[in-house]
Design a protein around this ligand. Structure first.
Ligand code: FES
Length: 214
């Protein structure tokens, strides 16, 4: 548990609401000064009050932070475990395509087998967006120092370094394609089910025609 250090400096930092302000402490005591018992008691009680003030404020704010974090995580989890449409399929014809989904930057590209790869758009080396790099087969080469990341997020090459540490990787996301759109699953990969991608029953019906809006 956090406790303020037993020095006068923390007392000086305390708010003056308990009557033991910075100004009081900065006043030099005359030589041979003897505090009266009443003053000493007041001072001792103030110190105890200060300690309680800090300890309880810390505990309370910590609880509140943990509670907020749990609530936010729970909310984000239920939002993440879903398929999200990202772009039209033809947006990947050009090569790398960057998009922000649920506040995270993602880079998309189409692999040689036709499937779509989605990687975290942030090189773990010096944090350059991978979308500023270039395609290198079914991988992306970072435009800064040339680290190569495969479609599963694993780093496969570091220039000038024969051994690639296993920690060198970026997050990869499951993707799907439906109705001419690219979809991404931002949640837990094992439960990403492509059969649950939304599909309009009329989309493949020749009596209907799809018109893409702006
Ligand atoms: S920032 Fe990507 S390789 Fe250095």
């Amino acid at each position: 548990m956090f406790l303020p250090p037993r020095s006068t400096s923390w007392q000086a930092d305390c708010p003056p609401l308990l009557g033991n302000s910075k100004a009081d402490l900065s006043v030099p005591r005359p030589a041979g000064h003897v505090q009266s018992t009443a003053k000493r008691r007041l001072r001792t009680r103030s110190v105890a009050q200060f300690r309680c003030y800090y300890v309880f404020t810390y505990i309370e704010s910590n609880h509140r932070l943990v509670e907020l974090k749990n609530r936010k995580e729970a909310r984000m989890e239920c939002l993440r475990n879903a398929w999200y449409p990202v772009c039209r399929a033809n947006a990947l014809d050009e090569g790398l395509f960057a998009q922000q989904v649920l506040g995270e930057r993602i880079v998309f590209f189409r692999k040689s087998d036709g499937n779509v790869a989605a990687l975290e758009d942030l090189c773990p080396h010096r944090f350059l967006p991978l979308s500023k790099g270039r395609r290198c087969g079914d991988a992306i080469e970072c435009g800064y120092h040339g680290l190569v990341f495969e479609a599963d997020g694993r780093c496969s090459r570091i220039p000038g370094q024969p051994v690639v540490p296993s920690s060198a990787k970026v997050r990869s996301y499951p993707t799907g394609e439906s109705m001419g759109l690219i979809w991404i699953w931002m949640g837990e990969p094992p439960i990403a089910d492509p059969s649950r991608l939304y599909r309009l029953p009329q989309y493949d019906d020749h009596r209907w025609r799809a018109v893409h809006g702006g």
